[in-house]
Unconditional design. Structure first.
Length: 510
């Protein structure tokens, strides 16, 4: 391979890149599925394993803490150790942890397996995205590749609800863990034989141990603070302590990164305005999305009395919208218009769909209200996610691709934790208030049950109003922070010195 000024020539595209995309997409689907598939199975697993109501949240929290806390470390390991190797190890580790979870005989074994899943997911997720970043360098091909990846990242959670419902209803909750094993083995085997990581893109600098410790502890305390707030309240002493500790640790992390020679997270990755805008707007959009999944799942199962399988299939319009928005709108327009003109309007279209759902009532029609709202949400999110995923890693130095990818996943993971806790708290407060105001007038048992259901729906719609506002803010950030020109145009010098020469991807225009 020829070299110019000591820099490897990575401009020739990998002939196996499209085959590699299949296995990268399969791995991404597995990780995203796992975020929702376990939610459907949780009541059955809790009963089987004798997990108390107070401890059941740890099935979700153990995964979220390990995944969110170790993502930056996982991204740096991918840059240091090699993305292909990290990707394969992450897949095999995730499969082993899933087998452990499926075979769990008690709550300790279950919680441990979930933490292990999160740890290997933190290796796998940034490695997958950074492989795409370094393998697809042509603007049009990159648009198609990230269109597929964005559709999976956005719609995979809804697919998880369907698969979780089918497996739980017709087989056993343990299969929601065992199903990961064939996904992981096929993706790992395919990656091992097909993926050829471009040479000269590793970051072999010494590992920043203080940065690893501070970022991991900071993110773990932040995610735990939000998950605890959901159950114990925002004014709880330990909840407040977690937020204070997180702020101190993350401030210490930023200070450390500005001083050390080889930082875990080079500040240039997040201070570049386009990537900073993507991380912030994406995190906000995920807050709204996670809240919606939660409320719509409860609404369909409890208020409308849908079975787990019916609930899963009820999310199909959103999946269809996401796939269409990502592959047909986002991917086709990405090389023709600036990213902000896809992201901003995309979040606003999703906000319009969310706005429709503020009209939910106990007797609302699925076909008349929920279906069109989901289509708008899916179209908007799919259109916005695709350029966001691509922009988060383009123009970045090759040796920073892993940690830049990890930041995408970190913003999503933290956004998910915030969304679940914040919106659930708002909903619970509105529900309690509504029931207190109306229960006195309910004399019969059926009237009391109706008030309970109306209170739940009132809670959901109150929280959904906040989600609408969050999506409008996300759109505003995308339109003002993101100022990159359309990909594939004339290259303009990036704000990162040397980035344009080191990686032949569309360069950010200022």
């Amino acid at each position: 391979m020829s070299k110019t000024a000591g820099i490897p020539d990575i401009s020739l595209p990998d002939p196996s890149r499209w085959k590699a995309l299949v296995f990268i997409a399969l791995a991404q689907l597995m990780v995203v599925l796992d975020a929702t598939i376990v939610n459907i199975a949780l009541p059955h697993a809790q009963l089987d394993l004798g997990i108390s109501d107070g401890n059941k949240q740890w099935v979700i929290t153990a995964y979220a803490l390990a995944f969110g806390g170790l993502l930056l470390f996982g991204g740096r390991i991918a840059d240091l150790w090699g993305r292909k190797r990290t990707f394969v190890v992450g897949l095999l580790g995730f499969a082993a942890a899933s087998a452990l979870g499926g075979a769990a005989t008690g709550e300790a074994m279950m919680f441990g397996s979930r933490a292990l899943q999160g740890a290997f997911g933190a290796l796998l997720a940034p490695a997958a995205l950074s492989l795409l970043a370094v393998m697809f360098t042509d603007a049009k091909e990159r648009a198609k590749a990230f269109g597929i990846y964005g559709a999976i990242a956005g719609g995979g959670g809804a697919v998880g609800l369907i698969l979780g419902g089918v497996l739980t209803e017709y087989l056993n909750w343990r299969w929601t863990f065992f199903v990961n094993i064939p996904f992981a083995v096929i993706a790992a085997a395919g990656a091992y034989f097909v993926i050829r990581e471009p040479a000269g893109t590793r970051n072999r600098s010494t590992l920043d141990i203080p940065g690893v410790v501070l970022s991991t502890l900071g993110l773990v305390t932040l995610v735990y603070g939000f998950t605890r707030a959901e159950s114990a309240g925002w004014s709880d002493g330990l909840t407040v302590s977690m937020f204070v500790a997180s702020a101190v640790l993350l401030a210490g992390f930023v200070f450390t990164e500005s001083k050390v020679k080889a930082p875990l997270l080079p500040l240039r990755v997040i201070t570049e305005r386009n990537r900073g805008g993507v991380y912030l707007s994406l995190g906000l959009a995920i807050i709204a999305m996670f809240g919606l999944f939660l409320f719509l799942t409860f609404y369909l199962q409890i208020v409308k009395d849908y079975s787990p399988v019916m609930t899963g299939f009820a999310f199909l319009p959103m999946i269809a919208g996401m796939i269409t928005g990502s592959t047909q709108i986002g991917a086709r327009l990405m090389t023709r218009v600036a990213p902000r003109l896809l992201m901003g309007p995309g979040f606003l279209v999703a906000g319009a769909g969310m706005l429709m759902l503020t009209q939910l009532e106990v007797g609302s029609s699925y076909a008349g209200l929920i279906l069109p709202a989901q289509l708008l949400l899916g179209l908007g999110m799919g259109t916005a996610f695709m350029p966001a995923m691509s922009l988060a890693t383009h123009g970045v130095r090759p040796e920073d691709a892993g940690v830049a990818s990890a930041m995408v996943n970190t913003s999503q993971q933290v956004g998910g934790a915030i969304g679940t806790a914040l919106l659930n708290t708002i909903a619970a407060s509105a529900t309690t208030s509504y029931i207190a105001d109306h229960v006195a007038g309910a004399t019969s048992r059926s009237q009391q049950q109706l008030v309970q259901l109306e209170g739940m729906v009132q809670g959901y719609t109150s929280a959904i109003w906040f989600a609408v506002g969050i999506l409008v803010v996300a759109a505003g950030i995308a339109l003002t922070f993101v100022n990159a020109g359309r990909p594939g145009g004339t290259a303009v010098a990036s704000s990162e010195e040397g980035a344009a020469e080191e990686l032949p991807v569309p360069v950010v225009a200022h």
